[in-house]
Structure formats: structure tokens, C-alpha cells
Design a binder for this molecule. Structure first.
Ligand SMILES: NC(=O)c1ccc[n+]([C@@H]2O[C@H](COP(=O)([O-])OP(=O)(O)OC[C@H]3O[C@@H](n4cnc5c(N)ncnc54)[C@H](O)[C@@H]3O)[C@@H](O)[C@H]2O)c1
Ligand SMILES: O=c1ccn([C@@H]2O[C@H](COP(=O)(O)OP(=O)(O)O[C@H]3O[C@H](CO)[C@@H](O)[C@H](O)[C@H]3O)[C@@H](O)[C@H]2O)c(=O)[nH]1
Length: 330
């Protein structure tokens, strides 16, 4: 029995691969390396370079490794790009997920865990957002994910496939053992940008908006450490395998930090006084996005371990140093 991790060479996927191997699972990875890195993968994981929609390849992997569960991270993840290229996002995130689900059913895979996002919720809902909050994605990215959620719901009625949909809030941080981290060049996520600035890889940080209706005027997000997120996936896998039933659950901590707090933490931890520019709001951004994560805690017995901003930033900073060493050795 093995777990197939799609997108396993990417940021979150590579943490998942380590989480599964640490728990004694057999792991196969399928990734087309469009944004992932083969070097991010441990040698113990069987790696296949290819596309999730490639029927022959997916069937071969499932048969060869006796895959009983797929954790599906592969996809396109840059929200503004999805506005510029909606068809590309519907193709890669929706159509190819549909193809993968079809291959899974054809081969008798029983369990499917899907990476969804807080970006499916309607703007302006009452916080913290629970899973019953109105869904109305503001972007093609969010819509491309919601469509897969709905497909899974319908497919699980018609076929013997059970599923967990995990809706991530803002994922950040890196493996506390320093084995993997966020390596995407030109990433736009706040904590990555701030850590690059603190490590001297960027001249400054732009703060997009300081006139939000929040205590310090800057945006607030529910940052979840990537290792707590992968733990939630492992618990979801256990639930599905033990017949616990389908699940849709938010993954966040239920509280957030502001852009100013993130910057202050990185400055405090490094002593770096990088430049901060106050810029206009970024189109489409919300003031505050906070999860009600009670369901994941209750249904998965999930207890996060890294629920502190300094922990998230400390592991991200350590990974930036690792990347610098890797790049200078290359
Ligand atoms: N990072 C976040 O804050 C966040 C928040 C919510 C949801 N998500 C979701 O989590 C998942 C992982 O995101 P990430 O931040 O690790 O991004 P990432 O870009 O680092 O990882 C995506 C991986 O998928 C691979 N890939 C893309 N399309 C593929 C295809 N058609 N076939 C095979 N491989 C393919 C890429 O090469 C990459 O390794 C995505 O589905 C994303 O939408 C991420
Ligand atoms: O250089 C930067 C980058 C971000 N921000 C602000 O920081 C906050 C967080 O932004 P970012 O890290 O880009 O994340 P989000 O826009 O909240 O979106 C993330 O979180 C979503 C889930 O909530 C995921 O679906 C998306 O993939 C992921 O990009 C927002 O207030 C931004 O305006 C800045 O001020 N400066």
C-alpha cells in the first residue's frame, strides 16, 4: 500500500512527503516540475516526472505501488496569474484534477485528499469563517478549486471513493528539521517576501494597504505552519482509511497576524532593519481572513504544534539561509 502525492516536489507537497515517510508510509510522487524541484524530494520517495492527467503514467504508478490513497497538491497557485490566464487555471486545476480523479476511480483507489483554499469563500463573510460560510470565489483560482470540491462531492456518491477536502488559509514556515521549505523564485507570499528581505535577498518590502479596518490598518491573515498543515493531511488519511467518512475542513489556527506584525517579528528575530514601503491596497485583497478551524480539531483530533508567529518566521528564515547555501554551492 502506498500514497501517491501529486505536486510532491512543490512547497507543501515536499513537506507532505517527509511527513509520510517519517510516519513509515511508502510514497510515490508525481510532479511535472513546472514549479517544483526534484532536489526537494528525499531519495526514499519514488519519483515520476509527468502530468497528473497522463492516464498511462498514473495507472502505471497506481498499479506498481498499490496506491490506496492520493493526496493531490499539483496545481497552479498564483492568484493574480489566474485573473490574467483563467483558461490556464481551469485547465491545470480543474480539468486535470477531473482527469486524475477519473484515473483514480478506474484503478480502484479508495481515498483522495484535495488541496483547497480559503479563496473559495465569499468576501465580507462573518469571521471566523466556518465551512458553512457562503462560497463565492472572487478569482478564477478560487473557482478552479471550488469546482474540484463539487466534483469530489458528486463522484463520492456514484463511486467507492471517499475524500477529504482541506481548505488552507495562509500557509507559511518550513520543515523544522531544515529538510525542505518554500523555494519558489519570485514568490509573492508575504512571509516569503519578508524573510527574503531580512536575509538581504530583496531591497525592501511593500505593504499593500495600511487603511484597512484592522487594529493597525494592515491586512490580517491566519498563517498556518506548513508542518501543522501536513499533519492535518496525515490525520485525514488515517480517518479515511479507518472509515471515518468524507470531510471538508478549514486549516488555519483561528486567529491571525497583521502585515506589520509579520515584519516586526522578522526584524526582531534577525536584527535586520530592511526598508518597508507603504503602498496602495492590492486589488482583490481583503482586510482580514481568519478560519474557524474547530472542525479539523474535532474531527481529526488535530493539535497544531507551531501556532506562534515567531516559530513560523524562524523556520522560514532558517530555510532562506539553507537556500543561500544551496545556491552558492550550485
Ligand atoms: N501556498 C498556499 O498558501 C496555498 C494556500 C491554499 C491552497 N494551496 C494549494 O496547495 C497546493 C500546493 O501549493 P504550493 O504552495 O505547494 O505550490 P507549488 O507551486 O510549490 O507546488 C505545486 C506543485 O505541483 C506541480 N504541478 C503543477 N501542475 C502539475 C501537473 N499538471 N502535473 C503534475 N505536477 C504539477 C508543480 O511542479 C509543483 O511542484 C496547490 O494545489 C495550491 O493551490 C496553497
Ligand atoms: O509583498 C507583500 C505580500 C503580501 N502583502 C499582504 O500580506 C497579506 C497576505 O498576502 P499573501 O501572502 O499574498 O497571501 P493571500 O493574498 O492572503 O493569499 C494566500 O492565501 C490564500 C488562502 O487564504 C491562498 O489561496 C493563496 O494561494 C495564497 O496566495 C495581504 O494582506 C497582502 O496585501 C503585503 O503587504 N506585501
Amino acid at each position: 500500500m502506498a500514497v501517491l502525492v501529486t505536486g510532491g516536489a512543490g512547497y507543501i507537497g515536499s513537506h507532505m512527503v517527509w511527513e509520510l515517510l517519517d510516519a513509515g508510509e511508502d510514497v510515490a510522487v508525481l510532479d511535472n516540475l513546472s514549479t517544483g524541484f526534484e532536489w526537494a524530494l528525499p531519495a526514499e520517495a519514488a519519483f515520476y516526472k509527468g502530468d497528473v492527467a497522463d492516464r498511462r503514467l498514473v495507472r502505471r504508478i497506481i498499479k506498481q505501488h498499490q496506491v490506496d490513497a492520493i493526496i493531490h497538491f499539483a496545481g497552479s497557485v498564483v492568484v493574480p496569474d489566474s485573473i490574467a490566464n483563467p483558461l490556464g487555471y481551469y485547465e491545470n486545476n480543474t480539468c486535470k484534477s477531473r482527469a486524475l480523479i477519473a484515473h483514480a476511480i478506474e484503478c480502484g483507489v479508495k481515498h483522495f485528499i484535495f488541496s483547497s483554499t480559503a479563496a473559495i469563500y465569499a468576501a465580507g463573510g462573518a469571521e471566523p469563517l466556518d465551512e458553512e460560510a457562503l462560497v463565492a470565489p472572487q478569482t478564477p483560482y478560487g473557482m478552479s478549486k471550488l469546482m474540484v470540491e463539487l466534483m469530489l462531492r458528486d463522484v463520492a456518491i456514484a463511486h467507492p471513493l471517499n475524500y477529504a477536502v482541506l481548505r488552507y488559509f495562509n500557509v507559511a514556515g518550513a520543515d523544522p528539521k531544515g529538510r525542505t521549505g518554500q523555494s519558489t523564485a519570485g514568490a509573492t507570499h508575504l512571509i516569503k517576501v519578508v524573510c527574503e528581505a531580512a536575509a538581504g535577498k530583496r531591497g525592501h518590502v511593500d505593504v499593500y494597504g495600511s487603511d484597512y479596518d484592522t487594529p493597525d490598518g494592515t491586512g490580517i491573515r491566519d498563517f498556518i505552519h506548513v508542518s501543522d498543515l501536513t499533519l492535518a493531511h496525515r490525520l485525514a488519511l488515517h480517518r479515511l482509511r479507518s472509515g471515518g467518512g468524507n470531510l471538508v475542513a478549514n486549516c488555519g489556527y483561528g486567529h491571525g497576524y497583521s502585515v506589520r506584525e509579520v515584519i516586526a517579528s522578522a526584524k526582531k528575530l534577525t536584527g535586520s532593519d530592511f526598508r518597508v514601503n507603504f503602498a496602495p491596497r492590492r486589488p482583490g485583497d481583503l482586510g482580514s481572513v481568519i478560519a474557524n478551524a474547530g472542525r479539523a480539531r474535532k474531527e481529526l483530533a488535530w493539535t497544531p504544534k507551531f501556532d506562534a508567529l515567531d516559530d513560523i518566521i524562524e523556520t522560514s528564515l532558517a530555510w532562506e539561509e539553507n537556500l543561500t547555501r544551496k545556491n552558492s554551492a550550485a
